[in-house]
Design a protein around this ligand. Structure first.
Ligand code: PLP
Length: 461
């Protein structure tokens, strides 16, 4: 039985997942926390069910492509545990990401060390914990691996850039296809185990056709390695790039990937297909709530200071408690465009406003010339689709804390998860995040549990 009065954290500090009362939605949770009277700092609500839905969608739409979640995108413990419990695999960029994933009990063959330029100590660590798959795109990496992890299974990353992309990555990594013969030859000469080819078309890809180009290039290099060096590679890694915001879809990418794989790597060809989705899994699962703690009114110089304030003569600055040195680093690093939403409706016309983060830096601006009704200090602004490349790179510049995350699930998702390692019943707490004493929630929770206990035998979700 889950203890309704249990503390909301596990012994290692990981927040427990709140099992919501039936009918309660994420925005209700945000309202409860924001209006509790005790919440001042910005916070996130993490909808764990959203990650599960994404995983199901992926399996349905690209059944031949095994997802290796890119931990760098958001290394929140609940995200990793949820994906581990679903049987997903992981793309790690460093020793500490590998350690985090291994700590969940994930087997080493469910990890690819997908950083083409690795420090020697990280390569040695991978060797010591038996992580074998790793990427490279240059000679020096092959020599390092030969010396420090001679049994590694090497995946050659090739550059193939999408024409329209949020974050180009080919500028940094990926050997040009013309250089592949030289690198394959060196792997053969060194006796390094070359097992496959990987790509990353760029993050936030808006050109699905690029995946066809990758697969064609991949096929050519597979054929070259077999023909000229007798190397029969067994892994094709399609990298990341898949969209994850609300309203986005992987349908067009999936259609192209599936048909292209059927043509060039048909089922039974002996090649495992994997990908490294990051933002796809987490972007829409995280909603950020921020609080306005300062407001400044700006009026046109030629206006009567005591006259009526209208959108024609007045604009506002709002200061909120998360900014570009925190979650909104995504605006700088990920070229993200964010949209403020009102937690509660506000009457009156819209005024032009700038929204600023909490630090003293002029760079710390979240919106310029946004249109909002007149807001008060203490009002909350909500930002959806904030799971990708936000918390992972957030810092505490000027002493402002990184927002806390409240993970939540619907009761049926709790039933689905609590039986799956690494989850146990102790990972969950009944009732939405709330300053209310647990006793006040007990009647509602008992009723919900009874309902779901009764239906659990029919629940094959
Ligand atoms: N794989 C590698 C090697 C990456 O560098 C990245 C992102 O930088 C990803 C996967 C994840 O990409 P995305 O979030 O676009 O799916």
């Amino acid at each position: 039985m889950v203890d309704a009065s249990a503390d909301c954290q596990l012994a290692d500090g990981t927040p427990k997942i709140h099992v919501l009362e039936p009918g309660k939605e994420n925005w209700d949770v945000i309202r409860d926390v924001a209006h509790s009277g005790v919440q001042e700092e910005a916070f996130y609500v993490l909808d764990v069910g959203d990650i599960i839905r994404k995983h199901k969608e992926w399996k349905l739409k690209m059944p031949r492509v095994a997802p290796f979640y890119a931990v760098k995108c958001n290394d929140n413990r609940t995200v990793l545990e949820t994906l581990a419990s679903l049987g997903a695999s992981f793309d790690c960029a460093s020793k500490s990401e590998i350690a985090k994933v291994l700590d969940l009990g994930v087997e080493t063959d469910r990890i690819i060390f997908a950083n083409p330029a690795k420090q020697v100590s990280h390569i040695r660590y991978a060797s010591s914990v038996n992580v074998q798959a790793m990427t490279f795109d240059n000679e020096s990496e092959l020599y390092k691996v030969k010396e420090h992890h001679p049994t590694a299974k090497m995946v050659l990353r090739i550059r193939c850039d999408a024409k329209r992309v949020q974050c180009p990555l080919g500028i940094k990594f990926g050997a040009f296809p013309k250089d592949a013969p030289r690198l394959v030859a060196l792997a053969a000469k060194l006796g390094v185990d070359l097992v496959g080819i990987s790509f990353h078309v760029g993050s936030g890809c808006d050109e699905p056709e690029v995946f066809e180009r990758c697969i064609v290039i991949g096929r050519q290099i597979f054929d070259l390695a077999a023909r000229d060096y007798g190397i029969n590679m067994t892994l094709l890694d399609l990298g990341g790039g898949y969209p994850g915001n609300r309203g986005s879809s992987i349908n067009s990418i999936a259609a192209i990937v599936n048909s292209s794989l059927d043509r060039h790597f048909p089922e039974g060809c002996g090649v495992d297909i994997i990908a490294e989705p990051g933002r796809y899994y987490v972007a829409s699962a995280f909603t950020l709530a921020t609080r306005i703690h300062g407001r400044r009114q700006l009026t046109n110089d030629d206006e009567d200071a005591d006259g009526p304030r209208t959108p024609a003569n007045t604009s506002y600055f709002y200061y909120i408690n998360d900014g570009v040195y925190g979650s909104f680093n995504c605006m700088l690093y990920d070229h993200a465009v964010v949209t403020p939403l009102l937690l509660e409706p506000r009457p009156g016309p819209d005024f032009s406003c700038n929204i600023w983060g909490p630090t003293c830096d002029g760079l710390d601006r979240i919106a310029t010339n946004a249109q909002l009704p007149l807001m008060d200090v203490g009002d909350w602004l909500i930002f959806e689709d904030m799971g990708a490349y936000t918390l992972a790179a957030a810092g505490c510049f000027n002493g402002f804390p990184v927002p806390k995350v409240y993970p939540v699930v619907q009761p049926h998702t709790w039933f689905f998860l609590k039986e799956r390692a690494p989850y146990t019943e102790s990972h969950f707490v009944m009732g939405s995040p709330s300053p209310l004493p647990a006793a006040d929630l007990l009647p509602k929770i008992s009723c919900a549990m009874e309902m779901y206990n009764n239906s659990s035998s029919n629940n094959n979700n």
